[in-house]
Design a protein around this ligand. Structure first.
Ligand code: FMN
Length: 361
């Protein structure tokens, strides 16, 4: 006999992302919190990412005898238990001493993959050794010398990463006003997992004297490195086209979580334009403001092959290390499964443009 129906998992400390968000904020020093939570300029783009998700509603189907949901998918040869990846975020030790060591352990347990950041606290080799199933993509910036790029790419290849994820939206640092107001001094040692000094990586970005990077230069370097690459930070169809022509194995729609160009459009708004430009030649992934299972399913319906998450993972990390990240991923997985059933869709491939419509408010 059922004696009581509970609405939460009684084993878990956290039962909503809202609780994890609040716990992270309680844990972190307020200027570190602002560094994590904030965006560039007036934070218009940061807010636009969320508004764009809320601009879509679902078109559920009922009584179709739909089988229990299966969230699994394959991206660039990597099997994922759900179409979710961890976005690369640097300075991870500021949020928890174990940083990406805790993240990749939780990610491996969840059967998905991480995009390990160049500017992280731990080396790409350490993470590949500790969580070989999770550390599958290595992010580096289109910045600095050819030798630096090739050195990192070669290390990622030797450590068994499936592909590079090249950030193309950060030739200079975004205009982050919360950090300025707080007189925030970022501890660069938290970003030196892959570099001898943060100057090596961030010097050109902060001085704004970077020699010009182009799609042709990136294509030539990736070829020399013998590594496939995803292009992270694409926001318009013309660049999606350029990325594919340059040999990108995937287009990653991102405005850096609103942290770079304020006034850049919301990622979900741009997704249909980019899906059209790519014409199915390579997978499309997206990030920016996705906080719920329902948000992720909207992006899949609009043509994304996977969704990456930045801040939600960092909230989990700050709130509870490995267990905090595991809680975030478990909540998303369970919410997505329930939503798939409510939508009358059994597999990720069943989610197409007919699963959503523009919301009327
Ligand atoms: C604290 C922090 C550090 C980040 N560091 C990097 C980085 O070093 N390189 C990069 O390409 N993106 C970086 N990002 C951007 C993320 O990869 C991702 O694009 C963004 O967080 C997605 O938006 P969301 O936080 O709303 O999920 C960072 C984001 C955060 C929050």
């Amino acid at each position: 006999m059922v004696e009581a129906i509970t609405f939460h998992d009684a084993q878990s400390t956290f039962v909503t992302l809202g609780e994890i968000h609040a716990a992270a904020q309680r844990t972190l020093d307020s200027s570190v919190w602002d560094f994590l939570e904030g965006g560039a300029g007036a934070e218009w783009t940061l807010a636009a990412n969320r508004a764009a998700v809320d601009a879509w509603a679902f078109r559920p189907r009922v009584l179709r005898g739909t089988a229990p949901p299966d969230l699994s998918t394959t991206l660039l040869g990597v099997e994922l238990a759900m179409p979710v990846l961890v976005a690369p975020f640097g300075a991870d030790r500021l949020f928890h001493p174990e940083g990406h060591r805790a993240v990749t352990a939780a990610v491996q347990e969840a059967g998905i993959a991480s995009i390990v950041p160049e500017a992280g606290s731990f080396s790409l080799e350490t993470l590949a050794k500790e969580a070989p199933g999770a550390a599958r993509f290595f992010q580096l910036h289109a910045l600095g010398s050819d030798e630096m790029f090739l050195g990192l790419a070669g290390r990622a290849r030797d450590a068994g990463y499936a592909a590079l994820c090249v950030t193309v939206d950060s030739p200079v640092d975004g205009w982050r006003e919360r950090n300025k107001t707080n007189r925030f001094g970022l501890d660069t040692s938290a970003m030196e997992g892959n570099h001898d000094s943060a100057e090596e990586l961030f010097g050109p970005m902060l001085r704004n004297d970077e020699p010009v990077w182009t799609w042709a230069r990136l294509a030539a370097l990736a070829r020399r490195a013998g590594m496939p690459f995803l292009a992270k930070g694409v926001l318009v169809g013309e660049d999606a086209h350029e990325a594919v022509e340059a040999g990108a194995c995937a287009v990653y729609v991102s405005n850096h979580g609103g942290r770079q160009l304020d006034g850049a459009p919301a990622t979900l708004t741009q997704l249909p334009e980019i899906v059209r430009a790519v014409e199915g030649r390579v997978p499309v992934i997206i990030d920016g403001g996705f906080r719920r299972g329902t948000d992720i399913l909207k992006a899949l319906a609009l043509g994304a092959d996977a969704v990456t998450l930045g801040r939600p993972i960092a909230y989990g990390l700050a709130a509870g290390g490995r267990e905090g990240v595991a809680a975030v991923l478990d909540l998303l997985r369970r919410e997505m499964r329930a939503t798939m059933t409510l939508l009358g869709r059994a597999t990720v491939a069943d989610l197409g443009p007919t699963a959503v419509q523009k919301a009327e408010r």
